[in-house]
Write a protein that binds this ligand. Structure first.
Ligand SMILES: [Zn+2]
Length: 109
């Protein structure tokens, strides 16, 4: 379905129902389906000592750094999440060039 870009308002003829890195606004270059500040319930797909990988879209991952998992200090991500669970997080960085999305759970996301 064609849509208006949520960021710059430009009319887009691209479908915005695909949550991929290619689904970007031709005018402003930002993802049509995601914006900074969005709060998502993210399925946890991997747990690392430095954080957790979450599923954001269709083949698009986000990495929540261990320091962003809670407002308190976290030693081990598994204190907060488990594999296969979901975690509520707010998107703080979307880097379309390096294809990195950084969500946070801090601040009551
Ligand atoms: Zn745009």
């Amino acid at each position: 379905m064609a849509a208006r870009c949520r960021h710059c308002g430009a009319q887009s003829d691209r479908p915005d129902d695909q949550r991929t890195w290619e689904t970007v606004c031709p005018t402003c270059g930002r993802l049509l389906w995601l914006g900074v500040g969005d709060v998502l319930a993210c399925p946890v797909t991997a747990i690392h000592p430095f954080g957790v990988t979450v599923d954001i879209g269709d083949g698009v991952d986000g990495l929540i750094h261990v320091t962003e998992l809670a407002d308190r200090f976290v030693w081990d991500p598994e204190e907060i999440v488990r594999l296969g669970g979901t975690i509520r997080a707010r998107v703080i960085v979307i880097d379309c060039v390096r294809r990195r999305i950084s969500p946070t759970c801090r601040g009551g996301a």
